[in-house]
Design a protein around this ligand. Structure first.
Ligand code: HDE
Length: 704
């Protein structure tokens, strides 16, 4: 499976350059004799202008950078396949959704606000873009890991992005929303309330990109063979579950390994642990468009799964890392406007605006209109039209004809209708309306679903939202902004607002701020408008918490904390038990290289207390042996287990190592496994399955 070559992979392979056993040449293929010295007048003399070899090299180097994406600049991608598993023919003609069809794809995950080199662990939305190379051309599903958005109309997009990006005068802070301009904007836009709840939740600090959900966000349309439309919402559900890290942990990971998510994805694929997601759809008949308490076209709303269940229609597997980051992950051009027959847009005004922006931005970022010809963007079924020329044109169009209609090339390339074939046809949606710049009052309920989200969270998840809001608003300097946002939170839930207010030393105002109202009334003159009664007031599907006895520990990284003299038996018994469940054991000692076992023999290890930190691991085990007395004196070891305890992780101690816990802040709870009291391996695995012992946070906070 790992090396399985899809038709897309073969397209890229045609362009692979292999330098094995090759002489170095200039860009014109002239062999280079000396790649160390510029051409000079004498050994100590000035360089000469005729050094075409040096110019060839530097001219290229000087142009190596292209503009980074204006949003979603930081990202990681992988190749894979999608296998359709359900019969969708009643709803859509899309060929790649025909049951049993396997389609190659490329997926890119990203953060939104940070620059290309920023940390993976920013509190932020994650982009989730998939390019399906279907037999009917490329289809891009360009979504996020949060199912709603900050704004309702594309016109406000540059504003929300300017507000969240580093401030223009001092270009601070990097990859962070905790600053005045972001909250200034958000507190004036009550439509952002629902998204604010999500982005302050644990969803915004994932444990792994392999453990995030994906959402198409907007309502789209499926179109069947009769031309009938069905509204559709897309969901990606990760097979590994949805998991987060703690905020204090996220901040520290950013220092220890700012490539944490990129590395995790890369290593999982290299190890053959291919991440998988099921693709689900919520289908809503066209006739039911106006049936709900919210507007289907409003991108700040979800369709609760209790109201319209998600049906699984296929599975994505990511099974191949890119050969070259720039050529593939950087040059891939996503665009929600790239749809295939059987899929169409709804009138969501955010989606409608996106259909313009992506093509426009690719034209700029990738230097002109021929970006479709880059290997990563090429459709597998080829492209045939009369478009020609432009910067960096790669296709060589044959013949004298580049127009339609023509007789000289027998009318080719012909359009499908000419031969009675199928091609892309837009849904024949009747439209009879006045041209207006306006917003429907059906978009004016800003708080009901924000409340639904907050009330659907577990107690620990709610506490995390409160802490996140308190953190962010504490970093805001302008007290008017803090107060304005508290007024919005008070509309969502008074306990939420009160708890955040306590952390800011402010009493949440009862009414929305007059400035917030003023802006809301520009869109809705009668704002606030009494909302309709919601169909669903709590949704289990919105929670991340893993229930007791559920979950798995596949690919989880367990740190074995040891030193020379450790017992091999104690290491191996745990290692075998974990590997049987698909987890990884990583040995960490006071030095890298060979460590010596108590029983004799050695093992080569890669990690030490100098290079690694507890925040990069899921769980911890201290085996027994002569190493225990060394660890007792090692402050780095104590830091490891204290921090692991603070971040609510499972920590196990073999019988002879239990005394080490007494040297730390650790207090026995169900996440602390002592071999003398518990069943060492099975209890440890059981606790890890729950991901974290979040309740520990409430009971006992420790310095670490
Ligand atoms: Fe994007 N967005 N966006 N966006 N977006 C871009 O396109 C834009 C929105 C999303 O991995 C840009 O190629 C507008 C929603 C992802 O390469 C740009 C609006 C959602 C990615 C752009 C939105 C997204 C982008 C920048 C409001 C979730 C990364 C670089 C109308 C459904 C794609 C680029 C990748 C990237 C515009 C809102 C997701 C400027 C105008 C809503 C995952 O074209």
């Amino acid at each position: 499976m790992k090396d399985k070559k899809t038709p897309q992979a073969n397209k890229i392979d045609q362009h692979l350059v292999n330098n094995d056993q090759k002489v170095m040449t200039t860009n014109d293929g002239v062999p280079i004799y000396d790649n160390n010295n510029t051409l000079k007048a004498g050994e100590r003399g000035p360089s000469l202008q005729q050094d075409h070899i040096y110019f060839d090299k530097l001219m290229h180097f000087d142009r190596e950078r292209i503009p980074e994406r204006v949003v979603h600049a930081r990202g990681s991608g992988a190749h894979g396949t999608f296998e359709a598993t359900a019969d969708m023919s009643a709803y859509t003609t899309a060929a790649f959704l025909k049951k049993g069809t396997v389609t190659p794809l490329f997926t890119r995950f990203s953060t939104v606000a940070g620059f290309k080199g920023s940390t993976d662990l920013a509190r932020d939305v994650r982009g989730f873009s998939v390019k399906f190379y279907t037999e009917e051309g490329n289809y891009d599903l360009v979504g996020n890991n949060i199912p709603v958005f900050f704004i309702q109309d594309a016109m406000n997009f540059p504003d929300v992005i300017h507000a969240v990006k580093p401030e223009p005068n001092n270009e601070m802070p990097q990859a962070a929303s905790a600053h005045d301009t972001f909250w200034d904007f958000i507190s004036l836009m009550p439509e952002a309330a629902h998204m604010t709840m999500w982005v302050m939740s644990d969803r915004a600090i994932p444990r792994s990109l392999r453990m995030i959900e994906g959402f198409g966000v907007h309502t789209f349309k499926f179109i069947n063979a009769e031309g009938k439309a069905t509204f559709v919402k897309f969901h990606w559900k990760p097979k590994l579950g949805v998991h987060a890290v703690a905020w204090n942990e996220a901040q520290k990971i950013s220092g220890f390994d700012s490539d944490f998510h990129r590395r995790d994805l890369w290593e999982a694929i290299e190890n053959g642990d291919f991440p998988q997601w099921d693709l689900g759809v919520q289908l809503i008949p066209e006739e039911d468009e106006m049936k709900f308490s919210f507007d289907l076209l409003d991108p700040t709303k979800i369709v609760p799964e209790e109201l319209v269940p998600v049906q699984i229609i296929g599975t994505m597997t990511l099974n191949r890392n890119p050969e070259n980051f720039f050529a593939e992950t950087e040059q891939v051009a996503f665009d929600p406007g790239r749809v295939v027959p059987g899929i169409d847009f709804s009138d969501d005004p955010l989606l409608q605006g996106r259909v313009f922006s992506y093509m426009d931005t690719q034209n700029y970022r990738l230097g002109g209109p021929n970006f479709h010809e880059l290997p990563i963007n090429r459709p597998i079924n080829g492209k045939h039209n009369n478009q020609k020329d432009g910067f960096a044109r790669m296709d060589v169009l044959k013949g004298e004809v580049s127009y339609f209609p023509n007789s000289k090339a027998e009318g080719c390339p012909y359009h499908a209708m000419l031969k009675g074939e199928t091609g892309y046809q837009s849904h024949k949606q009747p439209i009879d309306a006045a041209k207006v710049r306006a917003r429907s009052d059906s978009f004016a309920d800003h708080f009901t679903q924000a409340r639904l989200f907050f009330h659907s969270q577990s107690e620990e998840e709610q506490e995390h939202i409160i802490s996140a809001l308190s953190f962010e608003l504490s970093k805001v300097n302008d007290e008017n902004i803090r107060r304005r946002e508290l007024a919005i939170l008070n509309q969502i839930d008074s306990t939420l607002a009160k708890k955040v207010g306590d952390n800011l030393g402010l009493v949440p105002p009862k009414e929305l701020d007059s400035l917030t109202l003023k802006f809301a009334r520009q869109n809705h003159p009668n704002y606030p408008i009494t909302p309709k009664k919601p169909e669903v007031e709590k949704s289990e599907a919105l929670r991340m918490k893993v229930e007791e006895g559920k979950g798995n520990i596949k690919t989880r990284k367990v740190a074995f904390l040891l030193d020379d003299g450790v017992s091999r038996a104690s290491v191996d018994s745990m290692r075998m038990a974990l590997e049987a469940e698909g987890a990884q054991a990583v040995l960490i000692a006071s030095h890298v290289g060979k460590i010596k076992f108590k029983e004799g023999g050695e093992e080569q290890i890669q990690h030490s207390y100098l290079t690694d930190a507890s925040v990069c691991y899921d769980a911890f085990y201290t085996p027994e042996g002569e190493s225990v007395s060394k660890l007792a004196e090692n402050p780095d070891y104590l830091q490891f287990i204290n921090e692991a305890y603070r971040h609510c992780k499972a920590i196990a101690f073999a019988k002879g190592a239990e005394e080490l816990a007494a040297k730390s802040f650790i207090k026995k709870d169900k996440g602390i496994i002592f071999e003398s009291e518990d069943n060492l391996t099975s209890d440890f695995i059981q606790v890890m399955k729950r991901h974290r012992i979040w309740e520990r946070e409430k009971l006992r906070k420790v310095p670490a």
